[in-house]
Design a binder for this molecule. Structure first.
Ligand code: 4AD
Ligand code: MG
Length: 464
């Protein structure tokens, strides 16, 4: 069906006076004796196009009086300047074709329905202004992330979804198998069961594309992944999802300071682009979800991020006049309450915490000369906590080999990874950004379930 996007019609002066066809769904209808005003939205813009029908065409007017919110239309009409200050133009309608009637029990026709309520119907909630705006921001951020890396000579690589390596070593992989689970549970325990499986070994859904990205960085120099990752974490919080998208750059000839600079540059670049390309959405989120959003985004783009050694962070927390639920001591993992105290109370901006104790972090991180910390960093932001995990990778064959042994990992699985340290090893570093957490930060939306169209989080029974 040949038609124009609402976004184009409402934003281009040259459409005034032209006859156009537009399609979309009815957001609201106002009816009076003489006039009928319909707000039409086609998903290309947060703004609607106002359709104006007067009673001079009796047949069309009475047809409009019978229309319901949520119905889909194809509309012919003339674009005219609007007298209403909220919009540039409106459409004087000549003809309307009802594409799909919307029945009166349409569950999302009221304004201000709660996010909890909308979460129950992910297939319909995208028709609200809020989700319309969130998913457009998601799309623009995604494009800007690719643009950033492409213009800086990175190669976009795709790493496997099904893998045998639990990169983070946390035992949070979803198992992928073709074994007959019903039958196995009735069988006696079979120690060779994994070798009977599809790939001849135990495999699962990837928690991170990092290890494979390292192999690619050790020839392509600068690479990045942008894809789904999975964690069977038993964390039912507002910032954990079982399926989330991760952006993982991996950079040869880069140390921890270099990777911190790259992460900072990327975050600033994409937020700056968002302020320009999604100005309507930023205004919308600032009005309805986070009054400080606009100002915060501008500050983030314009000011430096803080850097704080883990050891100093512990000192700050120990001296804080706060009754934390989890005890603070050198060697403890930072919990959400600690992260938030540092970013929200002390710094009030993004903070890189650097050089964590090695016991808290994964096997691949580069050992620092002090013998007890590794060259790692987490970027914490106010309102959310960690959005980036980063490190310099251990590039010394002997040290990495020793660490794999110390941690009792299955060496055979990591022989290929050790090869990278055997054949022309280079210092290299990388990081992973949780894409949904970045969207939370960029929009002020406070639940990860609302940043991805069909969220997967731990639940009793997934509906859609
Ligand atoms: O800190 P993480 O576990 O680091 C890695 O996976 C590294 N291999 C990344 C790398 O160096 N290439 O995860 C990275 C980021 C976190 O900072 C967080 O933003 C996000 O991924 N993340 C999650 N997001 C949503 N739900 C979860 N369950 C998440 N777990 C991690
Ligand atoms: Mg982490």
């Amino acid at each position: 069906m040949k038609h124009d996007d609402v976004k184009i019609v409402i934003n281009n002066e040259e459409y005034v006076g032209k006859n156009v066809v537009v399609c979309g769904w009815i957001k609201t209808i106002r009816k009076s004796k003489r006039m009928c005003f319909i707000e039409l939205n086609d998903g290309t813009s947060l703004k609607n196009l106002q359709l104006v029908v007067d009673n001079s065409n009796e047949q069309l007017f009475s047809f409009c009086l019978g229309l319901t919110i949520g119905s889909s239309l194809a509309v012919k009409g003339k674009v005219v300047k609007s007298l209403n200050s909220n919009q540039n133009v409106e459409l004087n309608v000549n003809d309307i074709k009802l594409l799909g009637n919307c029945s009166l029990d349409y569950p999302i026709q009221k304004k201000n329905q709660s996010m909890d309520y909308l979460r129950e119907m992910p297939h319909l909630r995208t028709r609200t202004n809020t989700f319309n705006a969130i998913f457009r921001v998601r799309s623009v951020l995604s494009k800007s992330i690719h643009d950033y890396f492409q213009k800086n000579n990175y190669t976009y690589v795709n790493t496997p979804i099904i893998t045998g390596s639990d990169c983070e070593g946390a035992g949070e992989m979803f198992r992928v198998t073709t074994l007959n689970i019903d039958k196995i549970s009735k069988d006696k325990y079979n120690p060779n069961i994994d070798s009977d499986d599809f790939f001849g070994k135990k495999v699962g859904l990837t928690v991170s594309g990092q290890l494979e990205a390292e192999a690619l960085a050790c020839s392509l120099g600068k690479v990045y992944t942008f894809g789904p990752t999975f964690r069977a974490e038993n964390s039912n919080t507002k910032r954990h999802a079982a399926e989330f998208w991760q952006i993982e750059p991996e950079v040869a000839f880069a140390d921890l300071d270099d990777i911190i600079d790259i992460a900072t540059d990327l975050i600033k670049y994409v937020l700056k682009r968002m302020l320009v390309e999604c100005s309507d959405e930023v205004k919308f989120f600032t009005k309805y979800y986070d009054k400080s959003l606009s100002e915060r985004l501008i500050n983030v783009v314009e000011s430096d991020f803080a850097k704080l050694e883990y050891t100093d962070a512990i000192r700050i927390l120990e001296n804080a006049n706060v009754d934390f639920e989890f005890p603070v001591y050198w060697g403890c993992d930072l919990k959400s309450e600690h992260e938030r105290y540092i970013t929200e109370v002390i710094y009030k901006k993004p903070v890189f915490i650097t050089n964590f104790p090695k016991e808290l972090k994964s096997f691949y991180m580069k050992a620092n000369p002090d013998g007890r910390t590794v060259a790692s960093t987490d970027l914490l932001v106010p309102g959310i906590g960690e959005i980036i995990g980063a490190s310099q990778r251990e590039d010394n064959f002997e040290l990495l080999n020793k660490r794999i042994e110390e941690l009792n990992m299955n060496k055979e699985d990591y022989l290929w990874y050790l090869d990278l340290r055997k054949y022309g090893s280079v210092p290299h570093s990388g990081f992973g950004i949780g894409f949904e957490r970045l969207i939370m930060y960029a929009t002020g939306i406070d639940n990860i379930r609302d940043t991805i169209p069909f969220p997967r989080t731990k639940c009793k029974k997934l509906k859609l």
